[in-house]
Design a protein around this ligand. Structure first.
Ligand code: UDP
Length: 323
């Protein structure tokens, strides 16, 4: 199978590419390196530098057809999406429409799309099933939902198979591939980096949520488990139209529990300060993963302790990230 991975120099994209190569797929990557890292590119994948917004780049990439496209490339900072929404609509939505257009014109048979739990906004039920209302609360989440809709409509009319994988909280590392965003907003890398660099401060964003210990609960998934889910989705996708599937564990952990797991993994004492809530953070976001189990035969194999162990190993080996 020949697979095009957009955003293959990014965090989840690079781990998935490595996994596809290990499974014997032929992989080509398209990435503009705006947030991805050259060092994360697996040498065995053919690399096209460029953006989905450039028709000439797409002409070059789609000179040959693919069996499947796995589409990660997107801006993904929630805070930035609130201050610069058009950057998100332009890159995420316009870029994805251009890619869907190529696939609909016969460029590929299958399309696996990186969606997000952000499409649910602040869900009223927990665990969240795929039937829950989709009410995103920030432009990032809205762009993901618009892309799902565009994909659903086009996959049905053009007759290709599409899967939207709604990730909960990706975390952890695999070998030399780890999490390196600028700016870094995510809990686990911020926490671990603060242990390695005294200039970086770490704080808990609110301990007055309606949860047992007052801190927010999230569903953390090891990035290797996520990569395995992409492989399963690629092999499963068959019928025309879009299927949206949650990728989560069905179990939540509070920020305090993550800090306890980080203490165990690192052997360091961690005594964070608590600051007021970050706006837009729902108290609890946990996936129902029954559909993933039923359709993809996939469930996460790695727990929070393993996530922290692998992430810590990666951050110690890469104290300045991929650079
Ligand atoms: N969080 C925190 N301190 C940080 C970063 C995150 O307390 O420096 C909290 C955040 O409020 C949320 C949880 O950790 O409750 C997970 O946040 P993250 O940004 O990793 O993922 P999100 O669920 O927001 O996508």
């Amino acid at each position: 199978m020949r697979v095009l991975v957009t955003g293959g120099a990014g965090y989840i994209g690079s781990v998935t590419t490595a996994q596809l190569l290990a499974a014997g797929f032929e992989v080509e990557i398209l990435d503009d390196l705006s947030s991805g890292h050259r060092a994360a590119l697996p040498p065995a994948a053919l690399f096209h530098t460029g953006s989905l917004l450039e028709p000439a780049t797409l002409d070059r990439v789609f000179a040959r057809r693919f069996d499947a496209v796995v589409h990660f490339a997107a801006h993904s900072l929630v805070g930035e999406s609130m201050t610069d929404p058009l950057k998100y609509y332009h890159n995420n939505v316009t870029g994805t429409l251009a890619l869907i257009d190529r696939v609909a014109a016969g460029g590929a048979d299958r399309f696996v799309f990186s969606s997000s739990a952000a499409v649910y906004g602040e869900p009223e039920i927990s665990p969240v099933t795929e039937q829950a209302a989709v009410v995103p609360i920030n432009p990032y989440g809205r762009t993901k939902l618009v892309m799902e809709w565009a994909l659903a409509d086009t996959a049905r009319s053009a007759g290709f198979a599409a899967v939207a994988l709604r990730y909960f909280n990706a975390a952890g590392a695999v070998g030399d591939l780890g999490e390196d965003h600028t700016p870094e907003t995510h809990l686990i890398p911020r926490l671990l980096r603060s242990l390695l660099d005294p200039e970086l401060t770490f704080a808990v964003f609110g301990d007055d949520y309606p949860t047992p210990d007052g801190t927010c609960i999230r569903d953390y998934i090891h990035v290797q488990d996520l990569a395995e889910a992409h492989l399963a989705a690629l092999l499963w996708a068959d019928a025309p139209g879009l299927t949206a599937i949650n990728l989560g564990s069905g179990h939540g952990h509070s920020v305090s529990e993550v800090i306890a797991a980080a203490t165990a993994a690192t052997g360091r004492d961690i005594a964070p300060t608590t600051v007021p809530r970050r706006s837009g953070d729902p108290a609890r976001l946990v996936a129902s993963n029954e559909l993933a189990l039923q359709l993809l035969r996939w469930r996460p194999q790695r727990d929070l302790a393993e996530i922290l162990r692998d992430a810590w190993r990666w951050h110690r080996r890469h104290p300045h990230g991929h650079s």
